[in-house]
Each structure stands twice: as C-alpha cells, then as structure tokens.
Design a protein around this ligand. Structure first.
Ligand code: HEM
Length: 122
C-alpha cells in the first residue's frame, strides 16, 4: 500500500486506537455520556477512512489524481472538527464545530462518490 491509500489506511488505524482507548475509558469510568463522539471517531475515522484507503489501493489511478489529496484533506478536516464538535454539543458548548465538521464530512463523501462514478467501466 502506498501513496494516498496508505495515508487513508494508516491514519484510520491511529483513529481507531484513540477510539478504542476512549471506549475503554468510558467503560472503566462508567461514564458513557460522550459515546456519540466515540462512535463517530470510530465510524468516520476508522471504518470510513479505511474503506477510502482500500478503494484507492484497488483503483490506484484514482489515488494518483490530485482530487484524492483534496479528498484526504477534506475528510481529515471534517473528522478533526466533528469529533470535538460533538463533544462540545454534548456538553452544551454550541453546535458550530459539529455543524462545520459534518458539512466537511458530507463534502468528502460527495467527492468520493464523484471519484467512484467517474471511474465506471462501460
Ligand atoms: C476497545 C474497543 C472499544 C470499547 C471498549 C468501546 C466501548 C464503548 C462504550 C462503553 C460505548 C457506550 C455504550 C452505551 O452507552 O450505549 C460504546 C458505544 C459505541 N461504540 Fe464503541 N468501543 C470500542 C470500539 C468501537 C469500535 C471499533 C467501533 C466502530 C467501528 C465502535 C462503535 C461504537 C458505536 C456505534 C457506539 C454507540 C452504540 C449505541 O448507540 O449505543 N466502538 N463503545
């Protein structure tokens, strides 16, 4: 695995390590109040980013395009805003960060959908 597929997949492993430690922390303290943030870190950070990485590994010509780097930046930015944003929302500190993060995450999925569509085979 190389290039953008490596970075998608490797960063996903880091997110799930943090997510698992967070889960263990929740279980140990019996404080599950932030579980939606943990769930989004794991599902957007691990599952989604790893799937992106697998796709670019399977279709390296798409991984070599500049759009793949833009996709990585937008997906990573969305995650980095959304997870703390959910924590802020859950602790009554406003929804702005979560809102911006969720829109970036949506844009990242639109970019991915366009990428997949443009590589369709006749
Ligand atoms: C060491 C690993 C993990 C631990 C100890 C852990 C622990 C927890 C705990 C304590 C909760 C709160 C449950 C509740 O209050 O209902 C939770 C929720 C959740 N976790 Fe994890 N987790 C781990 C890994 C993961 C991974 C890898 C994923 C996804 C790929 C994940 C996805 C979720 C989801 C979706 C929820 C919300 C479930 C619900 O709606 O009740 N977790 N986790």
């Amino acid at each position: 695995m190389r290039g953008i597929s490596f970075w998608f997949f490797f960063s996903a492993t880091l997110y799930v390590l943090v997510g698992m430690l967070w889960g263990i922390g929740m279980a140990a303290t019996e404080d599950h109040s932030l579980f939606p943030a943990h769930a989004h870190l794991n599902l957007l950070g691990w599952v989604t980013m790893a799937l992106f990485g697998v796709y670019y590994h399977l279709v390296p010509r798409k991984g070599a395009e500049g759009l793949a780097k833009v996709h990585f930046a937008v997906a990573t930015g969305g995650l980095f805003l959304m997870v703390p944003g959910i924590v802020m929302a859950l602790t009554n500190n406003g929804h702005l960060l979560a809102s911006v993060g969720s829109v970036l995450s949506l844009i990242s999925m639109i970019l991915f959908s366009v990428t997949v569509y443009r590589d369709r085979q006749a």
